[in-house]
Design a protein around this ligand. Structure first.
Ligand code: GCO
Length: 446
């Protein structure tokens, strides 16, 4: 089928994150992060894997750059490891910074624009011992880290993501403990929302002072659907907690009303102005819609997630339904809700895992992934046609990698990775994405 049309200048990207691809946890003075503690605690990661060796990109970055160059993407979204740059949250470790310095040069040389994320979940373990994102001091530690990265790379790197998916850190990391730091504080986790958003705004100011041209947060968003008519209130509360609590301080400078949740955030004078620091884009990670129904009365949280009726699902299971149109609807709703307060949107992640062999005996013909990506790329084109200013689309992920608590059991890559030998083998979806980018660029879309 003919690829959809996109405005001239629309950008195509692929993404990874430091802890998920780098391996080499002990190399060159890297410090420990909350994810080192998580993977070393028996029983927390499904297959017991520790993110090593995995893609081992710390030693194989040249392979990744070659794959990106051949793919023809405009930009590479990768993340920088706070614990390599400032082990323990302390002094700068030049050897750790050098890795990113070399990666940036290699990308530029290959004609791929580096688009790093400062924080993709790898908080220094020492800062977690002081309360982590529940502690306001973590924001100043993050500012020091942002400054050292901008000092080292800001001459060449002009585009930055600040914080990745604070919703996952707050709700899965601090509220229910599925992700690091594995705490189960329920609604008492919510100060971590405010501190991460404050870290975003603070870093945005620092990056702009260092000559950044494009800075933004990247939030995970979902379209929330009530399971039944009587689930409207539960769905509303879920939408507030998953979407609006993260979007509105950044876009509007105010939090939605949290009274119904009995929550008070540790906001000080000036914080909301910092969080609302004008940014050049708003990052949206999108995987699926979420169907919600009210939880039984005795439940400590007022909602629960259920499968979306009638939808096929990805390898992640019934709670990862495949509904591309939900992305269009989310984007159109956001434009309606926020109007001119919504800057250009960058889709910072979109992709899917499907069951695939660890050791294939030929090329992986991942037609399910191609269909998923094709559907969502068309959904973005539809949103643009309806007036949403989307500028860029990013596939999660370039490589099969360490999928957090799921270990190596979920493969999201355009490129298959043997997690023992680190060998990289492009899947059919890699060639498909390469051809799509080329066709859209030459105007073959319609
Ligand atoms: C993120 C991510 C990625 C995941 C992806 C698939 O930014 O949320 O969690 O790191 O690998 O979303 O779950």
């Amino acid at each position: 089928p003919v690829p959809p049309a996109f405005p001239t200048g629309f950008r195509w990207s692929a993404a990874t994150a430091a802890f998920q691809i780098e391996g080499a946890r002990g190399a060159d003075g890297r410090g420990r992060s909350i994810w080192d503690d998580f993977v070393e605690t028996p029983g927390l990661v499904r297959d017991g894997s520790t993110a090593e060796p995995g893609p081992d990109s710390y030693h194989r970055a040249a392979d990744d750059v070659a794959l990106l160059s051949e793919l023809g993407v405009d930009r590479y979204r990768f993340s920088i490891s706070w614990t390599r740059v400032r082990p323990g949250g302390g002094a700068v470790n030049p050897a750790g910074l050098d890795y990113y310095d070399r990666l940036v040069d290699a990308l530029l040389e290959a004609g791929v624009t580096p688009f790093p994320t400062l924080y993709h979940w790898d908080l220094p373990a020492e800062l977690e011992a002081e309360g982590g994102w529940l502690n306001r001091d973590t924001v100043s530690g993050f500012a020091d880290y942002a400054r050292s990265v901008a000092d080292a790379l800001g001459d060449r790197v002009k585009n930055w993501y600040t914080i990745n998916e604070p919703v996952s850190t707050s709700l899965q990391g601090y509220a229910i403990g599925e992700l690091a730091p594995g705490r189960q504080l329920l609604f008492e986790s919510l100060p971590s929302v405010h501190h991460q958003l404050l870290a975003h705004g603070t870093a945005a100011g620092i990056l702009h002072d260092h000559g950044a041209e494009q800075v933004g947060i990247v939030n995970n968003h979902t379209q929330v659907l009530p399971a039944r008519e009587e689930d409207g209130t539960a769905a509303y509360l879920y939408d507030v907690l998953h979407n609006r609590v993260f979007a509105e301080p950044v876009l509007l400078g105010s939090y939605p009303d949290l009274a119904a949740l009995g929550v008070d955030l540790p906001i000080r004078d000036g914080d909301l102005e910092t969080i609302r620091t004008p940014c050049e884009f708003y990052g949206v990670n999108f995987y699926n819609p979420t169907t919600i129904r009210s939880a039984p009365q005795e439940s400590p949280i007022p909602f629960e997630q259920v499968p979306t009726p009638g939808a096929a699902h990805t390898g992640f299971g019934a709670l990862w339904p495949i509904v591309p149109g939900a992305l269009t609807e989310f984007l159109v709703d956001a434009k309606q809700r926020y109007g001119d307060a919504l800057p250009p949107v960058i889709v910072g992640e979109n992709g899917a895992s499907f069951p695939e062999p660890d050791h294939p005996d030929g090329r992986i013909d991942d037609t399910d992934r191609i269909a998923y990506l094709d559907g969502h790329i068309r959904a973005v084109a539809d949103a643009i046609a309806q007036g949403v200013p989307v500028q860029e689309y990013t596939v999660w992920s370039l490589l099969d990698n360490f999928e957090w608590a799921e270990g190596f059991t979920q493969r999201f890559g355009l490129v298959h990775v043997d997690q023992v030998t680190s060998a990289r083998t492009p899947k059919a979806s890699y060639g498909w994405y390469r051809d799509l980018i080329a066709q859209v660029r030459t105007g073959a879309g319609q």
